[in-house]
Design a protein around this ligand. Structure first.
Ligand SMILES: [Mn+2]
Length: 318
């Protein structure tokens, strides 16, 4: 058996769903982000038997390339694609037609969907991994997640999940760190028991407390959004802090990860009038970048010189 588990590397939902598919199928772990998703699929050889892709939304400009690769792999292997990001009916149809087993539901996080998909081949502890994804993706109030939470001590789950999430923010860029976390979670090890995790989580708490002050000084308000360029790893946290500091419904944090390009995180409150993932997908696409995500949490990549245009267009939308 030659199997691969390809999952999102940036958050605990991605890592936890990867750990669940590794525990269930024994496949080799491949961590990916949106921008290298197609490249990672291209590396899956034709003699693979089973491939699980989780928490990687495909509602981006390169859907055709994604579909082509999924179709190529599905000719020889059993391909399961588990996701909860927005997906058009047309895209779903095309994936199924290409032979992909699609597990898609926007009401649950990818970890919970992965847990349900492989439930029969999982140890009981995997339910916790699924809940870590639900808590950190803010999706623990779905009917399924709620029922699963009833079987656990809620505070225990919240602390373990948050500890894993904070530590990932602190150490996510460290070579091999996210891979190590997935491997340990797949062995049903709890975050507090994974080497380095509790210490990194506490360091991150201290950083975040200090960051609140920096955001107040360096952020800028533009209509109903506030934005800022940052070097922080967790652009998502910066976006959230901007919302609070400027009392606006949308926060936008931009980081120059590769020269000339901004990686952007967007966060919104219930008062935001647009679906951020869909809005930023269109805007960034029209500016030569790409993006997508959820209603209140999204991300994109745009050329640095187009950032101002992006912010203006988004400000009109929200
Ligand atoms: Mn997710």
């Amino acid at each position: 058996m030659k199997g691969y588990c390809i999952t999102h590397r940036k958050d605990i939902d991605g890592l936890a769903s990867g750990s669940i598919s590794v525990a269930a199928t024994g496949g080799e772990l491949v961590l990916s982000d949106y921008d290298d998703m197609v490249a990672n699929l291209r590396r899956v050889p034709d003699d693979a038997d089973r491939v699980v892709v989780s928490d990687l939304g495909s509602d981006t400009a390169d859907f055709q390339a994604f579909l082509d690769e999924m179709g190529r792999i599905a000719k020889h292997a059993e391909v399961t694609y588990i996701d909860h990001h927005f997906m058009s009916e047309g895209a779903k149809k095309k994936l199924r037609k290409a032979g992909v087993r699609l597990v898609h539901d926007v009401r649950d996080c990818a970890s919970v969907l992965t847990y349900r998909t492989f439930k029969d081949s999982l140890p009981e502890g995997a339910r916790l991994n699924a809940l870590f994804g639900a808590v950190t993706d803010y999706m623990d109030d779905s009917p399924t997640a709620k029922k699963m939470m009833e079987k656990q001590d809620r505070q225990f789950v919240l602390l373990e999940a948050t500890m894993a999430s904070l530590a990932l923010v602190e150490k996510g860029d460290e070579e091999g760190y996210p891979e190590m976390v997935v491997a340990e979670l797949a062995k049903m090890k709890l975050p507090h028991d994974i080497p380095g995790v509790p210490e990194a989580a506490v360091r991150q708490l201290a950083k975040q407390a200090a960051l609140g002050e920096i955001v107040k000084k360096e952020g800028t308000k533009l209509g109903r959004l506030a934005y800022m360029a940052t070097k922080e790893h967790s652009t998502g946290s910066v976006a959230k802090l901007l919302i609070g500091a400027f009392d606006v419904p949308v926060g936008v944090a931009m980081k120059e990860k590769h020269e000339g390009w901004y990686e952007v995180s967007l966060r919104g409150t219930s008062e935001c009038r647009a679906h951020l993932g869909q809005a930023i997908g269109k805007i960034s696409g029209s500016l030569g970048g790409s993006g997508g995500g959820h209603r209140k949490a999204a991300g994109c990549r745009v050329p640095k010189e187009k950032a101002e245009q992006m912010l203006k267009a988004l400000s009109k939308k929200v």
